[in-house]
Design a protein around this ligand. Structure first.
Ligand SMILES: *[C@@H]1O[C@H](CO)[C@@H](O)[C@H](O)[C@H]1NC(C)=O
Ligand SMILES: *[C@@H]1O[C@H](CO)[C@@H](O)[C@H](O)[C@H]1NC(C)=O
Ligand SMILES: *[C@@H]1O[C@H](CO)[C@@H](O)[C@H](O)[C@H]1NC(C)=O
Ligand SMILES: *[C@@H]1O[C@H](CO)[C@@H](O)[C@H](O)[C@H]1NC(C)=O
Ligand SMILES: *[C@@H]1O[C@H](CO)[C@@H](O)[C@H](O)[C@H]1NC(C)=O
Ligand SMILES: *[C@@H]1O[C@H](CO)[C@@H](O)[C@H](O)[C@H]1NC(C)=O
Ligand SMILES: *[C@@H]1O[C@H](CO)[C@@H](O)[C@H](O)[C@H]1NC(C)=O
Ligand SMILES: *[C@@H]1O[C@H](CO)[C@@H](O)[C@H](O)[C@H]1NC(C)=O
Ligand SMILES: *[C@@H]1O[C@H](CO)[C@@H](O)[C@H](O)[C@H]1NC(C)=O
Ligand SMILES: *[C@@H]1O[C@H](CO)[C@@H](O)[C@H](O)[C@H]1NC(C)=O
Ligand SMILES: *[C@@H]1O[C@H](CO)[C@@H](O)[C@H](O)[C@H]1NC(C)=O
Length: 401
């Protein structure tokens, strides 16, 4: 029954004090570490065989309950969960030893970055119990054993970035990534993975980068690759893939970098690849690809790096490459190209590095005449060509031609 301003003021005061009380409470909550998070972090610390500066001192300082202030620890406040540890970024901290199972208690953790340390052991089942994990970077350590993607993707279907590269992981290519449906970046490069790609990896339609280089993967690259339509970077180099490169690049329209060097691929460059509009870097060096080359540079205007070296490509040196106006580095070395350097190559004004060594080119003076018009060329390798020329051992021409 309020009829005057006094009542309104009273209600206002009540609300204001409630608000203040809540502020004070959350402020206190914001400073103190959640006890179960604290325990998890202390468990992690005691599992290490190395110091972790910025943690131990905080502990000795008897302010260990302020774990959100520890080096690399990030907390977030939510009205439901209070103040919780949501990120742990301890990359490059010279950490040694194993990673404690106690990490599993950090159930609000979204980011875990332990990259570039000397951590070892198997991939932890603890990680499989972190339902909110979005970013996991364990790259550049000495983790070993098989990668359990069924465990990892069983719960953590929020995972967007997974980097396990440069470790000692072995075993077959893991089955189970198909359930990591949010995955955008998957890096498993520089490990000892073998076998062929698991089928369910082709379900990852959001994948933007896939790095599998320097493993022992084998089998054919098949049509299902076309499912990975969001790919921007694909690196399969230094494996044992065989068969031909599938003609699926019409579907992978954002692809900028494709590297598949040092495998056992045969057949031709598929037309959809040599017309791939977004392509910037194409490296198919050190395979057994053959056929003539038909690269339509009007269709690939962004191409800057092209390496076709150490294959069995043949036919005349492709004049059409002269339309690649952005091309900076080009290698056709160790193939079976013949004929003369096309006159139109004087259009390659962006070119800084060119290797044509070990082919069957003719007429060294014609080659030099054309290439001397490529103003930006600083490295030119023409060795092992021009049989029949007097100047047999024309070698490495450093600096500007
Ligand atoms: C508590 O932390 C959250 C998130 O960091 C912040 O939005 C909020 O303003 C903080 N509350 C107080 C009272 O400091
Ligand atoms: C103890 O912690 C406080 C606040 O966290 C800091 O200001 C102080 O320098 C620390 N003292 C030592 C001896 O580390
Ligand atoms: C992890 O930290 C390293 C070093 O700071 C950084 O280079 C890397 O990008 C981080 N990883 C992720 C996924 O952000
Ligand atoms: C690991 O890979 C992710 C995704 O490709 C990348 O963002 C991150 O920077 C990489 N980590 C390091 C240390 O390079
Ligand atoms: C993916 O998840 C579904 C549903 O949880 C499950 O039935 C299936 O076995 C999982 N597949 C793999 C390969 O882990
Ligand atoms: C290709 O992607 C679709 C979803 O876009 C999925 O239903 C299908 O199973 C995938 N194919 C393969 C071979 O994984
Ligand atoms: C070429 O590829 C094979 C694997 O197919 C590898 O063993 C070899 O070291 C590579 N050579 C160079 C020069 O990269
Ligand atoms: C090269 O590509 C352009 C643009 O996509 C197209 O108009 C042209 O017909 C192509 N030329 C050849 C020889 O395929
Ligand atoms: C030149 O290429 C042939 C194959 O075309 C190869 O057998 C030979 O080893 C190469 N020579 C050099 C010096 O690279
Ligand atoms: C040649 O090199 C210069 C200096 O690096 C650069 O500014 C210029 O854009 C290059 N020319 C072309 C056509 O790329
Ligand atoms: C080599 O090229 C030059 C300049 O283009 C030309 O004058 C000459 O006739 C050519 N020599 C042979 C043997 O084709």
């Amino acid at each position: 029954m309020c009829f005057n301003g006094l009542c309104v003021f009273f209600i206002y005061m009540v609300c204001f004090s409630l608000f203040q009380a809540r502020q004070a409470l959350t402020s206190r909550q914001n400073q103190t570490c959640n006890p179960s998070d604290l325990k998890a972090l202390e468990g992690f610390l005691s599992g290490l065989e190395s110091e972790l500066t910025g943690w131990r001192s905080a502990k000795e300082n008897s302010s260990s309950d302020h774990c959100c202030a520890w080096v690399g620890v990030g907390c977030s406040f939510s009205p439901v969960y209070g103040n919780r540890v949501t990120s742990l970024d301890l990359a490059n901290r010279r950490l040694k030893g194993g990673v404690s199972e106690s990490l599993a208690a950090l159930d609000q953790l979204q980011l875990l970055n332990l990259s570039s340390n000397s951590l070892s052991g198997d991939l932890l089942p603890a990680l499989f119990r972190l339902p909110n994990l979005e970013i996991l970077d364990l790259s550049n350590n000495q983790f070993h054993g098989a990668i359990d993607a069924v465990g990892l993707c069983g719960l953590s279907n929020n995972l967007r970035i997974l980097n396990l590269s440069v470790n000692l992981f072995s075993g077959g290519f893991p089955v189970g990534f198909g359930n990591c449906s949010s995955l955008q970046h998957l890096s498993l490069g520089v490990n000892y993975l073998s076998g062929s790609l698991a089928e369910d990896v082709y379900k990852l339609v959001k994948l933007s980068s896939l790095h599998l280089q320097y493993n022992r993967l084998q089998g054919h690259l098949d049509e299902r690759l076309s499912n990975l339509s969001s790919l921007v970077e694909l690196d399969l180099s230094f494996n044992r893939f065989s068969g031909s490169i599938p003609d699926v690049f019409n579907n992978i329209v954002k692809l900028e970098q494709f590297s598949v060097h040092s495998n056992q691929l045969t057949g031709c460059l598929p037309p959809s690849l040599s017309d791939s509009h977004s392509l910037r870097t194409l490296n198919v060096r050190n395979n057994s690809l053959n056929c003539e080359i038909h690269i339509n540079c009007t269709a690939t205007p962004h191409l800057t790096h092209l390496d076709l070296g150490s294959n069995r490509f043949h036919g005349p040196i492709p004049a059409s490459l002269s339309d690649c106006r952005q091309l900076k580095a080009l290698s056709l070395a160790r193939n079976k190209f013949d004929g003369q350097v096309p006159e139109s190559w004087n259009n390659l004004q962006a070119l800084t590095e060119l290797s044509l060594s070990n082919n069957s080119l003719h007429n060294v003076s014609a080659a030099l005449e054309v290439l001397s018009q490529c103003r930006n060329l600083t490295i030119l390798v023409l060795t092992l060509n021009f049989l029949g020329n007097r100047c047999l051992k024309l070698g490495y021409l450093g600096s500007k031609v």
